[in-house]
Design a protein around this ligand. Structure first.
Ligand code: ADP
Ligand code: MG
Length: 308
């Protein structure tokens, strides 16, 4: 192996370069990464590469040192890397390991869209879901869905309607599924339905209804949380919920629900009676047919896990 810095020394002597520059470049030419790169790529490099690419080599070493010292670098979150370009050496900036991890984390987060959901759903995880006997059925059903959906996301998969009292973990389980799907590359949207309904009413004046509606109609996997928690106007029931469900049924898009009501109760105690007090059994029935087509009812029982 030839002594690279000696060669460089000679080259620089020949060129009568000043001391300052020589000192600077001595360090660059003695840099183990520079030497290693040179030896690995010597065959592809021009004979006088070390002088012609001096500026790039200097940039590489100085930016790398700035980064190591935690200083401000040329491009934050990126580190310099040597590469061969046209028989010379050039510097490229590639994301650091931390940047790559951050980017992956961001991509993951973006796969779970949430509308008016509590922040802590981010931490929900299927592996941490307690498998007590009371909730095993729901967990198994969720895992079955995950496997079937991931194996063939284009096919129709019936989702779940999680019924159960306040605090048993319905929202947690849906969020855990959404996070799990995100890890495997699939997007879903979780929506707190009562808040969404209010948002839709407020959007009428701003002409924003159609866009918000489209987002839910087209979500690859939709989770409608807490349906039935607040009284629904006939408009929300028929023109919002009804339209979303009709579309998702036609397109066979997975749609989950969670509710404090059973399906039976939702129909007779909630959907049938509009906020104006009208009794509309047929409309309730039509809506329930769509819900039943989209989801299978599972009753979750257990203790209230909410901090009291
Ligand atoms: P529900 O939607 O049925 O009313 P939640 O999903 O909101 O109930 O759960 C109630 C509380 O218990 C929440 O604070 C949630 O984070 C927590 N929780 C539910 N299931 C679990 C679990 N398996 N592990 C840890 N916390 C849980
Ligand atoms: Mg809930």
């Amino acid at each position: 192996m030839e002594d690279l810095s000696k060669t460089m020394q000679q080259l620089m002597n020949q060129r009568h370069l000043n001391d300052n520059y020589r000192q600077l470049m001595d360090k660059v030419y003695a840099d183990p990464q520079v030497i290693q790169f040179y030896h690995e790529h010597q065959a592809e490099l021009a004979a006088d590469v070390m002088t012609r690419s001096a500026a790039k080599l200097y940039e590489f070493v100085s930016e790398r040192e700035k980064l190591a010292k935690g200083g401000v670098t040329f491009a934050t979150g990126y580190e310099p890397q040597l590469l061969v370009s046209n028989h010379l050496i050039d510097v490229a900036y590639v994301p650091t390991v931390e940047t790559q991890e951050k980017q992956a984390q961001q991509a993951l987060r973006q796969r779970v869209k949430s509308i008016a959901m509590p922040k802590n759903i981010r931490d929900a995880s299927l592996t941490e879901f307690d498998q007590d006997a009371d909730r095993a059925e729901a967990l198994m059903a969720v895992l079955d869905f995950k496997d079937a959906y991931e194996a063939s996301p284009k096919r129709r998969h019936q989702a779940l309607y999680l019924a159960g009292s306040f605090g048993v973990g319905k929202t947690y389980l849906l969020a855990a599924l959404a996070n799990e799907l995100a890890t495997d590359g699939f997007s879903s949207t979780l929506v707190h339905f009562p808040s969404f309904a209010v948002e839709m009413k407020n959007s009428i004046a701003k002409n924003g209804v159609a866009d918000k509606l489209d987002a839910l109609k087209n979500a690859p996997v939709l989770m409608i949380d807490d349906i039935g928690a607040d009284a629904m106007s006939a408009w929300v029931r028929d023109d919002i919920l009804g339209v979303i469900l009709e579309y998702r049924m036609q397109e066979e898009l997975p749609t989950f629900f969670s509710s404090n009501f059973s399906m039976q109760q939702l129909e007779t105690e909630h959907l049938r009676i509009s906020t104006r007090g009208d009794d509309e059994p047929l409309k309730a029935q039509r809506l329930m047919q769509r819900i039943r087509f989209l989801a299978r009812e599972i009753t979750m029982v257990g203790v209230n896990r909410r901090p009291q």
